[in-house]
Ligand binder design. Structure first.
Ligand code: PGA
Length: 250
C-alpha cells in the first residue's frame, strides 16, 4: 500500500507574516503524508512553526553540485540540514524558464539522494507536445533520464510527479482519465527497471488541483496524491485536498 502524499508548492510567494499565518492554519490528516515547500529563505522559519506537527517540509529546487563556487545556489545537504525532507526537482517552470535539462535533473536527484532527501521528480508535456501525440515520449523520456542514472535501490526515496505543463496555473486540469493513463504508463515503465520500485513509488498529479477535482483524481489507481500550486496558498483549500487524498474522510 502506498501512503498518499500531498505537497504544497508555494513558488515565489510569501513573507514572514504569510508563512506564519498559512502554517498555523495547517494540520496533518491521518493516513496522508503532507508537506509544504516555501521559498528557501523561509525554510527555517517554517521548520520552527512545524515543530511537533506531522506536516513535512520541502524545498522547490536544489543545486546540481555539492558545494563550491556556485553563487546563489543552495545545496541539497543544506536543505537537509535545515530540516527539509523533500525537494522538488525539474519542475516545468525550472525547465522552461531556467533552462534546466535532464542532465540537471539527474545531477540534482543524485545530490538529493546523497543528502537523504526524497527527490520529487516533476515531468510533463506542453500542450503542443500533447496535441502532436508526444505526451508519453516526453514524460517517459524525462523519467527515464533519472531511472537510467541510478539503481533501483538508490531510487527507493524517489517520488514522481506528473504535471502537464498546460494544466499548471491555468485552471485547466487533466481529466482523471487523461491523468490515470499517463500515471499508469509511468508506473509500467518503472516496472521495467524494478517491480518493487514500481509498486512502491508515489506518483503525484499536479496542475490546477482544487478541492472540487481532487477526489476524482486521487481515486485513480495510479494517482498517489498531488503537487499543489495555487490552492496550497489557501489553507482551507490545501487541507480539503489533503482530506481528499484520504478518500475524503477526515
Ligand atoms: P497549480 O501548480 O496547482 O497552481 O496549477 C501546480 C504546480 O506547479 O506544481
Amino acid at each position: 500500500m502506498r501512503t498518499p502524499l500531498v505537497i504544497g508548492n508555494w513558488k515565489l510567494h510569501g513573507s514572514t507574516a504569510e508563512v506564519e499565518a498559512l502554517i498555523s492554519a495547517l494540520g496533518a490528516k491521518s493516513g496522508v503524508e503532507t508537506a509544504v515547500c516555501p521559498p528557501y529563505v523561509y525554510l527555517s522559519q517554517a521548520r520552527g512553526l512545524l515543530a511537533g506537527s506531522a506536516v513535512g517540509l520541502g524545498a522547490q529546487n536544489c543545486a546540481a553540485e555539492k558545494s563550491g563556487a556556485f553563487t546563489g545556489e543552495v545545496a541539497a545537504a543544506m536543505l537537509a540540514d535545515v530540516g527539509c525532507e523533500y525537494v522538488l526537482i525539474g519542475h516545468s517552470e525550472r525547465r522552461t524558464l531556467f533552462a534546466e535539462t535532464d542532465a540537471h535533473t539527474v545531477a540534482k536527484v543524485g545530490q538529493a539522494l546523497d543528502a537523504g532527501l526524497q527527490p520529487v521528480l516533476c515531468v510533463g508535456e506542453t500542450l503542443e507536445e500533447r496535441e502532436q501525440g508526444h505526451t508519453l515520449d516526453v514524460v517517459l523520456g524525462q523519467q527515464n533520464a533519472v531511472l537510467d542514472a541510478f539503481t533501483a535501490e538508490q531510487l527507493g526515496p524517489l517520488v514522481l510527479a506528473y504535471e502537464p505543463v498546460w494544466a499548471i496555473g491555468t485552471g485547466r486540469t487533466a481529466s482523471a482519465e487523461q491523468a490515470q493513463e499517463v500515471h499508469a504508463a509511468m508506473r509500467a515503465k518503472v516496472s521495467e527497471y524494478s517491480q518493487h520500485l514500481a509498486d512502491g513509488v508515489r506518483i503525484l498529479y499536479g496542475g490546477s488541483v482544487k478541492p472540487g477535482n481532487a477526489q476524482e483524481l486521487f481515486a485513480q489507481p495510479d494517482i498517489d496524491g498531488g503537487l499543489i500550486g495555487g490552492a496550497a496558498l489557501v489553507a482551507d483549500d490545501f487541507m480539503a485536498i489533503c482530506q481528499a487524498a484520504n478518500g475524503g474522510s477526515a
